[in-house]
Design a binder for this molecule. Structure first.
Ligand code: PYC
Length: 404
């Protein structure tokens, strides 16, 4: 591995081969993590990652890079906790700095029902070993002096769920670190290789058609986030997923004044300050389904209005950029991970909605184990593709940072 790391390219170019053990559609963090763990932990190295654009062009490069594990359900919390732990070790594991800053994460409550919701999360978190607790205005003011914690605010801050291990990572660094490690393990990365169709017969995907030629694979994996339903449909697997854009923006840099991630689900806004001093601000999902990457003025106005409710002193701050990513949202706001019920070599790691980046290392590790061994790790079972048919929903919506 060391020798390969010394070559100047972080990942190499390859001709597309006619056959692989595993073909992964989508080389964002989920696809990369799955390939990495297949190669590293199971010795499955004849793996092709097929990406229609450049690496990180989808949701992996278009999120607000927040990591946390303070979810709500007994199914979700251990899953995100596993991912957070893997993120904590990632720089050492990959020999590559992913710039994870565990600065702490605060979810604010502005009314009694908000506080009640945070209490449920705090108790579930603590029962499952996640560092998370309710704090009140005096402590919030001490941690985040810049927040308007006065009782005269339009949306007074009554309490917060404080999650010290949460924070911000450099999302591009995660993509590049995984890609570099995958390449060193022999995985082939094929950017600008769009999957255009699949041929199925006898309950299997027999061929995958791409813009660079066809291939066959023992297992085909859908890790395409916003495009999940379109790609699964190619294998004849309909999914109950809808795709919505989620917008964010970044401001001009300021002197460091905000040392935590601040989230208000009531105000549909989340704010953090990067090491460069810029504020990264995120919105709720767009109210309509679309695959657009464009920012819109109403959402920008909304992000600015709600940010100023929390930090009135930021009026006059200029926005540098605005963008959108696209989110694959399921009816219960929890992912779909596992093997398709009726297509035996088709696997999915999709439906992550606005949570996908946080979960990638854990889902990659567990999905790789399922593909390599044929046995679903216990943590994956609640998220199996059959759960909608069986009426076993997970219900993670109340842990969202933003409204859906
Ligand atoms: O759930 O932490 C979250 C989140 C942040 C941005 C979108 N969702």
């Amino acid at each position: 591995m060391d020798e390969l790391f010394q070559s100047r390219r972080m990942w190499r170019r390859h001709e597309l081969k006619p056959h692989y053990d595993v073909a992964i559609v989508g080389a964002g963090v989920h696809g990369l993590a799955t390939a990495y763990y297949l190669a590293k932990e199971h010795g499955v190295r004849k793996v092709a990652l097929l990406e229609k654009g450049y690496l990180g062009c989808g949701s992996s490069g278009r999120n607000t890079a927040i990591l946390r594990s303070n979810y709500r359900t007994v199914e979700g919390i251990p899953f995100y906790e596993l991912s957070l732990k893997l993120y904590e070790q990632m720089s050492a594991e990959l020999g590559w700095n992913v710039l994870f800053s565990q600065c702490g994460h605060l979810t604010l409550a502005h009314n009694d029902s908000g506080v009640a919701g945070l209490r449920v999360r705090a108790e579930n978190n603590q029962l499952l070993g996640v560092d998370s607790r309710i704090i009140y205005p005096a402590e919030i003011r001490r941690l985040v002096p810049a927040l308007d914690v006065s009782s005269g605010a339009h949306w007074p801050i009554l309490a917060a769920l404080y999650h010290p291990p949460g924070g911000i990572i450099r999302h591009d660094a995660v993509v590049w670190g995984y890609a570099r490690a995958c390449d060193a393990l022999g995985v082939e990365i094929h950017p600008f290789t769009e999957v255009t169709g699949m041929e199925t017969a006898r309950g299997r995907v027999e061929r995958v058609r791409t813009t660079r030629g066809d291939l066959a694979a023992g297992a085909v994996v859908n890790c395409t986030a916003g495009w999940a339903s379109t790609v699964s449909q190619m294998a004849g697997v309909p999914l109950p997923i809808v795709t919505h854009p989620l917008q964010a923006c970044v401001t001009e840099p300021l002197k460091p004044f905000l040392h935590h991630v601040i989230v208000s689900a009531t105000l549909h806004v989340y704010v953090n300050q990067t090491d460069k001093g810029e504020l990264v601000i995120g919105a709720e999902i767009d109210p309509y389904q679309s695959y657009s990457f464009r920012g819109t003025l109403p959402t920008l106005e909304q992000m600015a209005t709600y940010t100023l409710e929390l930090f009135p002193q930021l009026h006059g701050l200029r926005v540098l950029r605005q963008w959108a990513g696209v989110c694959d949202i399921t009816p219960d706001f929890a992912p779909i991970i596992g093997r398709a019920e009726d297509v035996v070599n088709f696997y999915m790691d999709v439906g992550w909605g606005t949570y996908g980046f946080k979960a990638a290392p854990g889902s990659g590790k567990l999905l790789a184990a399922l593909i390599a061994t044929g046995r679903a790790p216990e943590l994956l079972e609640p998220f199996a593709p059959g759960r909608f048919r069986q009426g076993r929903l997970v219900g993670e919506k109340a842990a969202a940072a933003v409204s859906h």
